[in-house]
Ligand binder design. Structure first.
Ligand code: AKG
Length: 269
């Protein structure tokens, strides 16, 4: 029931920007369809991710943090069913190369990851541009911002059904594109009444979540959607999350066009 945004409709239809703005303001999340990323690439990417998680823990620990929290996260007391590999900026060939050597990735795995990274980064920047345009702004700002990649594995078993995969949170960056598992559900988004709405699997599409930076950048107009992952069934679940974060340097503030008497500046730069 979250809004559906068709990427092919932006060229032809001005109304479509209004639909995107409403989705961003009322939900802070939406499904993206007709996005140009081949479903075959999504399938291959998921397979590579599942292979990387099969590596010995010792090897996975080589995926160290570049910035706090960017690398390997082993299951822990707070999230015992959750494990994650990551890299800080999928737009950086150095970051990708470092990740490949840390995990001793095969040439095939490298090729899939590189192709996916490029395609998802383009989609993320397109979405950023369209979100800005939906507010009447033309900007290439998001090009400069790092795009974090997180690969998640949820070890769901009969014993974990009913427990939590990831606790409720909002993302810290601007926007996250989630390739959620095409079979195993569990992701839930909070609606504007505070109720959790299940995000049902939909193969070949992506879920987009707006984060704290989107709320700040839009002067409070975009919603930083709260979401969580619950274990609903005893199957291993994978997801791949790509997040445009925020500026590496300098202060972040809403553009002056989004500040007026009706919308006073909400956050000091
Ligand atoms: C996030 O990327 O912030 C998540 O909560 C993970 C979403 C998922 O695993 O579907």
């Amino acid at each position: 029931v979250v809004p559906i945004i068709d990427m092919q409709e932006f060229d032809q239809d001005v109304e479509h920007y209004r639909k995107l703005r409403e989705a961003a303001e009322e939900w802070g999340c939406f499904r993206v369809v007709n996005h140009n990323i081949p479903v075959g690439l999504m399938t291959q990417m998921k397979k590579v991710v599942s292979e990387l998680f099969e590596l010995p823990t010792e090897t996975k620990r080589h995926n160290i943090d570049l910035i706090t929290g960017s690398g390997y996260l082993a299951p822990n007391v707070a999230n015992p069913n959750y494990e994650s590999l990551g890299l800080h900026d999928l737009g950086s060939p150095q970051n990708l190369g470092g990740f490949f050597s840390q995990l001793d990735a095969s040439p095939h795995q490298r090729e899939i990851l590189e192709t996916y990274a490029q395609a998802i980064h383009e989609l993320a920047l397109d979405l950023g541009k369209n979100l800005a345009k939906s507010m009447g702004l033309v900007t290439d700002l998001f090009k400069e911002w790092p795009c974090q990649l997180r690969m998640n594995k949820y070890h769901f078993t009969p014993e974990t059904v009913g427990s939590s995969g990831v606790l409720v949170h909002s993302d810290c960056g601007f926007l996250t594109i989630v390739q959620d598992d095409e079979k195993v559900g569990g992701l839930e988004a909070m609606d504007n009444l505070g109720a959790f709405v299940p995000i049902r699997p939909w193969p070949g599409t992506f879920l987009v979540n707006l984060g704290d930076v989107a709320k700040l950048w839009s002067n409070g107009r975009f919603l930083n959607v709260k979401h969580r992952v619950e274990c609903k069934e005893s199957s291993i679940r994978f997801s791949i999350a790509s997040s445009i974060l925020g500026p590496n340097e300098g202060v972040m503030e809403a553009p002056p066009e989004l500040v007026d008497t009706e919308h006073p500046r909400l956050y000091a730069p």
